[in-house]
Ligand binder design. Structure first.
Ligand SMILES: [Zn+2]
Length: 498
């Protein structure tokens, strides 16, 4: 073919492309109105929501607001769910006010040489029985009915922290089934220092309530015993304990993911979803700052992202793309990515029908000429994000602080692990520096110090990115050699070249 013809052809293709981007920009500009967009942002970051803590009631106002906006803009609840809410079973626990064991002329206190990990309040005198590791075989010829069981922590070859907790849960169920009234594990693992455990465990905790035996738990404690002297003394000298545990909180909470969809226009592609997601929770109330402010509004983290999701509903409600759009607002990200984790394990649609997850989450920003995409460079959809940002006068850059491990610290990772390409679309930052730390998880993360003109460009770039990906006939794939590429092959099979 003639060289000139080729370049003319390329030129007109390019012009067509530029023209259609320009048209898409105009449509987004026409629909996304600054005052309306900012009103969503303001509501979500308002003091009245008390920092959107999943352990507090006010977070339900945020969930209700998001669901109402989705509905208002024409998004629908998934038939499989029957409502905009996916209930997420959560469990919240708080350390006891008093946690003391009097034993052998010694007084052991919670938070010092004792940790009360589970169970209800209890007071009284009890007989303690040592049963090895507290496994089934250790109970042979031992009667623990009406007594407290004392065992070594973990099990042979099960001594990493997650293994210790898993073994503890099993032992608790077993001890209870044998008629025991409580379980104390004697902690002697040198690889995980006791003080580290106390710092980590002696504070409010939230987790997914997936343990069917949690209701039946007996008091479960760890006692520091690095040398093994105490377990020896309980066996040989004094098996009498007096226990006083008061004020421990164990509460079930029904968390909510807010989920909606907008059907795509293409006969075939509409069976596939582009998942747009943002966590809407934040860290709640905390220590007051110098200005006396104790409400952690989480404007950057992540009211701004949740507002983007609402605007995506608004835009795609009017201009549905070829693929269907799945809108997901996650709860309890700040408690360990819990809402998204629950969804990934209990998906109301087939995960293999979700071709891509464009997550949006933030710590903060220090450069208003950028969007920073955590995970840029890892999938074949990158160019859409770059073009979308450029169309609104921004530049998309990749993660500048890989040492922070941000990709694996937000909700996107729960889907990447399943094989779905899942970057996080963040406000522009060039380093995780003092400017970011100034507001990150601080009471000062609020709207009055946020550049709202920049917010608008960021939101629009997100919507255009989503539109380009949802309309691209090519399915986004992990780049070759990515750590999640194999998961992608498992999920999508033949979409990946041999
Ligand atoms: Zn956060």
């Amino acid at each position: 073919m003639n060289r000139k013809l080729v370049s003319t052809g390329l030129f007109s293709l390019l012009m067509l492309f530029v023209f259609s981007l320009k048209a898409q920009k105009e449509e987004i500009d026409a629909i996304i109105d600054k005052a309306e967009a900012v009103s969503h942002f303001k509501f979500l970051a308002a003091d009245e929501l008390m920092g959107r803590d999943p352990a507090r009631a006010e977070i339900d106002l945020a969930a209700l607001y998001i669901a109402n906006q989705f509905e208002k803009y024409g998004a629908k609840p998934l038939e499989e769910m029957g409502s905009f809410y996916q209930k997420v079973p959560l469990r919240y626990s708080n350390p006891p006010v008093v946690g003391t064991i009097y034993w052998n002329n010694d007084t052991l206190q919670h938070g010092e040489e004792l940790l009360v990990l589970a169970g209800d309040d209890v007071q009284g005198d009890f007989e303690a029985v040592v049963v090895g590791y507290g496994l089934e075989e250790d109970y042979e010829n031992v009667n623990v009915d009406g007594k407290w069981v004392v065992a070594r922590v973990g099990a042979p070859n099960r001594l990493s922290p997650p293994e210790l907790f898993a073994a503890g849960r099993e032992k608790m169920v077993l001890a209870r089934s044998k008629g025991a009234l409580g379980l104390i594990e004697m902690y002697n693992v040198p690889t995980t220092p006791w003080t580290l455990l106390v710092n980590y465990l002696n504070k409010p905790q939230m987790g997914l309530d997936t343990d069917p035996d949690a209701e039946k738990s007996i008091p479960y404690l760890w006692m520091k015993d690095l040398t093994g002297e105490r377990i020896q003394a309980i066996r040989d000298e004094s098996s009498h304990i007096n226990v006083d545990i008061r004020g421990k909180i164990n509460r079930k909470i029904s968390g909510k993911n807010v989920v909606a969809y907008i059907e795509g226009t293409d006969e075939t592609l509409r069976d596939e979803f582009l998942m747009l997601s943002a966590h809407y929770d934040h860290v709640g109330i905390g220590a007051p700052n110098a200005a006396g402010d104790s409400i952690y509004n989480g404007a950057r983290d992540n009211a701004v992202g949740t507002a983007a999701l609402i605007q995506a509903a608004q835009y795609f409600g009017i201009h549905p793309p070829k693929r269907s759009i799945l809108l997901c607002a996650w709860t309890a990200e700040e408690k360990g990515l819990l809402g998204s984790s629950y969804f990934a394990d209990h998906p109301p649609v087939e995960l293999s029908d979700i071709v891509y997850n464009l997550n949006i989450d933030n710590a903060g920003y220090n450069d208003t000429t950028l969007v920073t995409v955590i995970g840029l460079g890892r999938s074949t959809a990158d160019r859409h994000l770059q073009e979308a940002a450029k169309t609104f006068g921004l530049e998309a850059i990749a993660d500048p602080a890989p040492e922070q491990g941000l990709y694996d610290r937000s909700d996107n990772v729960n889907f990447a692990k399943k094989g779905i390409p899942a970057p996080t679309f963040s406000l522009g930052f060039t380093a995780f520096d003092a400017e970011i730390a100034k507001h990150y998880h601080q009471a000062s993360d609020q709207i009055d110090n946020f550049d709202l003109d920049y917010a608008l460009k960021y939101w629009k770039s997100y919507i255009l990115s989503a539109e380009l990906i949802a309309n691209d006939p090519d399915k986004p794939l992990w780049k070759k050699g990515d750590k999640y590429e194999d998961a992608g092959k498992n999920l999508y099979g033949s979409d990946y070249p041999e």
